[in-house]
Design a protein around this ligand. Structure first.
Ligand code: EPU
Length: 421
């Protein structure tokens, strides 16, 4: 038996949806909190499976973790023990790699399994390890595939990232927080989640400057305290609901967002002919009769997010003419296209790119969420399709979309969960 998300398509949607705290910020903020020597309260924590898995890892480290009201997480690392992280929880998500930087920074030592995460093709961590080594650590791959990273002393260094990796930038910031002297990261990633992590660390007492630009400096400190921090809204969840609105809404308002984080998506949707009104912290989308095909190339922030190319592919199937997507971050992030084709889409996938011919009416089918954003793409397609769609591997969707059933139902969608053979 397996769980499926069953969606009856074709219903017009209307209303308002409130966006949760950013998943990709949260999964870094939680490991960052263990660098403190007192309790850290994080507000706006989304109700997603990745948070549950990180809480399992925290408990393995003897860190107290309590979810107070619905979205407050109190992390108290005062009785923390630096245990080897060889548990399966580590391989359930990619972001467990942030414990490398956090534990190395705090204890000078970490042993852990390789992180898991969505199958998007090859996802190496060489830049993270190179950064740790520049700070004075040695990184050893053990026979069981786990990593031991050790430093007698961490000393600030100048680090140039060959690729502006989000994960490597955050991991180096965490490892360098207590290092002796100044660390400079050049060609750092500029994603909003990096600013959020730097903000948390600075509230704890770290001295990080330049987050959000491509040069970040970290001056090591001797102590980090507990603090209170509210997470930024999830720009990818917001983008997903904006695309849902463009596809199926009479009128829909997406609330509690930072529209500037979504500029590249909003510009592309305007090119497609989507009718929108952007306010300080919300976007309202109104029904448009005809959408036009567009070309999209994914880029590091502030370019078009790779995490939104899969959801946008679903919308492209209803646009007039040819659309083209090139993913420069993950050349193999096109598994969703095979599933969309099973629902009637006309898509040709080449290496690192796809051509979508539209409009093509979609029909319900049983399809598989091969990864998180593939799942989002299939949810959008299912809402658009005639008939019933059953999405398998729902756990991928639950890793990143808080309360998706409730949010969609409140907008008028017909969504339910079932166990099937
Ligand atoms: N890369 C390397 N070596 C490294 C690290 C990265 O070659 O050591 C390459 C990657 O293979 C990729 C590129 O650099 O081609 C950028 O990867 P990055 O390190 O920025 O990705 P990440 O930090 O592992 C985060 C998000 C992803 C998102 C990417 C790109 C988290 C937990 N994950 O991954 O989110 O796609 O940045 O923006 O923050 C998702 O939310 O669905 C998701 C996959």
């Amino acid at each position: 038996m397996q769980e499926v998300l069953r969606i009856e398509g074709g219903h017009e949607l209307e209303g308002e949806v409130t966006i949760s705290g950013s998943k990709n910020a949260t999964v870094a903020l939680i490991p960052a909190a263990v660098l403190a020597n007192g309790p850290v309260t994080i507000v706006g924590v989304p109700d997603i499976a990745d948070v549950e898995n990180l809480a399992v890892i925290l408990r393995l480290l003897n860190v107290d973790v309590v979810r107070t009201s619905r979205d407050h997480l109190i992390i108290d690392p005062q009785n923390m023990v630096n245990t080897d992280l060889l548990d399966d929880a580590v391989s359930k998500l990619r972001a467990s790699y942030y414990f490398m930087g956090a534990l190395l920074g705090k204890f000078g030592h970490v042993r852990m399994k390789m992180p898991g995460g969505c199958p998007l093709g090859e996802r190496p961590i060489d830049l993270h390890l190179k950064g740790f080594e520049a700070l004075g650590a040695t990184c050893t791959e053990e026979e069981d595939g786990s990593y031991t990273i050790h430093a007698d002393e961490l000393v600030g260094a100048k680090i140039f990232l060959d690729i502006s990796s989000v994960g490597a930038t955050i991991n180096i910031m965490m490892a360098a927080a207590y290092a002796k002297g100044r660390t400079t990261i050049k060609n750092a990633a500029r994603e909003p989640e990096i600013i959020d992590v730097a903000t948390l660390l600075n509230k704890m007492g770290a001295r990080i400057r330049g987050a959000g630009t491509n040069v970040i400096t970290i001056d090591g400190v001797n102590n980090l305290n507990g603090c209170f921090h509210e997470i930024i809204p999830d720009r990818i969840e917001a983008g997903t609901y904006i695309i849902i609105a463009a596809a199926m809404a009479k009128e829909m308002t997406i609330n509690s967002i930072i529209p500037a984080h979504l500029d590249s998506l909003l510009a592309k949707l305007r090119d497609m002919g989507v009718d929108m009104e952007v306010d300080v912290d919300r976007v309202t989308i109104r029904h448009s009769d005809r959408l036009q095909g567009v070309d999209v190339t994914t880029m590091p922030y502030p370019g078009f997010a790779t995490d939104l190319q899969q959801p946008l592919t679903a919308l492209m199937t209803m646009a007039e003419g040819k659309s083209h997507i090139e993913d420069t971050i993950y050349a193999d992030r096109f598994l969703h296209c095979k599933e969309l084709k099973r629902m009637g889409a006309d898509i040709e996938v080449l290496k690192g790119e796809a051509n979508i011919n539209g409009p093509t009416p979609l029909h319900g089918a049983r399809v598989c969420a091969t990864d998180l954003r593939c799942g989002a793409s299939l949810v959008i397609a299912a809402l658009m399709a005639e008939g019933v769609t059953e999405i398998t591997n729902v756990y991928h969707i639950d890793r990143g979309y808080a309360e998706i059933d409730r949010k969609l139902t409140s907008l008028g969608a017909v969504v339910s969960r079932h166990f099937v053979e």
